[in-house]
Design a protein around this ligand. Structure first.
Ligand code: NDP
Ligand code: 8X3
Length: 261
């Protein structure tokens, strides 16, 4: 088993859901955390909570992963300051809307592609050379079952997560011969702010996604992330897919029927 104690883990999208739960699990395992996202107050609260609870260092930085210049500048100064990163958790991501392509909103498309694909690339491009120069590191990309199965209205989000799956495979090939591992963790429905964001703040529509079955919790995905990170150095979990027991495919749910009076 690989110990996480004393390691430095970058978590993108640490202000909510899976990223926040992963930061908590990693800190509990003794890892120092560099948490980034756009919402500063959320990051500050996470920093307060983790440093009060665990004997680790937690650095935070407001960063929009879509902003290539900001990403490059921040990581250049982080590494120039003598810091290093052992773990890169590429988690920041979102779905926007569920319209068919013929009715789709190009701003939603841009946001998904710019965050889920280009943002992941910008961060990886900034961090990987430093891992390569140390011949050490582990990248975990949060994909989705949406990168395995297309579903109605998923179109551009599906395409972005198929891209994340391809990038995970590609990075593993590019890093052949190094000690750097790349693992894609692909969850099914997990109750976070994901659907609230997807439905542009419509709480009722978001709640309906998780009604009638027990979805994954962010902590379940965080456990899977820790599992791949803690695998012995000679083991690379290339792809881990996890779903709620009541979910067996992108649109296959065993949902309880609503009570009728
Ligand atoms: P949440 O909405 O709860 O969290 C998303 C996180 O991404 C937030 O911390 C948000 O922070 C951050 N984020 C979004 N855009 C940016 C940006 N441009 N720059 C930096 N950070 C950003 O959703 P989840 O926790 O569910 O989502 C995390 C990942 O898991 C995503 O990649 C998602 O696609 C994936 N996923 C989710 C599933 C689910 O059912 N929930 C299932 C499968 C995969 P902020 O807004 O502060 O910037
Ligand atoms: C999030 C899960 O099925 O809503 O990636 O696309 S799903």
């Amino acid at each position: 088993m690989t110990s996480l104690k004393g390691k430095w883990a970058l978590v993108t999208g640490a202000s909510s859901g899976i990223g926040m739960a992963a930061a908590q699990r990693l800190a509990a395992a003794g890892a120092n955390i560099l948490a980034v996202a756009r919402r500063q107050e959320r990051l500050e609260e996470l920093q307060r909570q983790l440093t009060a609870q665990y004997d680790v260092t937690v650095d935070i930085h407001v960063l929009d992963v879509r902003d290539r210049t900001a990403v490059e500048t921040f990581f250049a100064s982080w590494f120039a300051g003598g810091h290093h990163l052992d773990i890169l958790l590429n988690n920041a991501g979102l779905a926007m809307g569920k319209a068919p392509v013929q009715e789709g909103d190009w701003q939603d498309w841009d946001e998904m592609i710019d965050t889920n694909v280009k943002g992941l690339l910008y961060v990886s491009r900034s961090v990987l050379p430093h891992m390569v120069s140390r011949n050490s590191g582990h990248v975990v990309n949060i994909g989705s079952i949406a990168g395995h199965w297309v579903y109605p209205g998923g179109n551009v989000y599906n395409a972005s997560k198929f891209a994340v799956r391809a990038l995970g495979e590609g990075m593993n090939m590019d890093l052949l011969g190094t000690n750097i591992r790349v693992s894609n963790v692909d969850p099914g429905a997990c109750e976070t702010e994901f659907s609230l964001v997807r439905f542009h703040g419509d709480q009722e529509a978001a709640d309906a996604v998780y009604k009638g079955f027990e979805p994954l919790r962010p902590e379940d995905v965080a456990d899977a992330i820790c599992y791949v990170l803690q695998a012995p150095p000679h083991v690379n979990v290339a792809n881990l897919v996890l779903m709620a027991t009541a979910q067996r495919g992108a649109t296959l749910f065993a949902k309880e029927k609503p009570q009728t009076s």
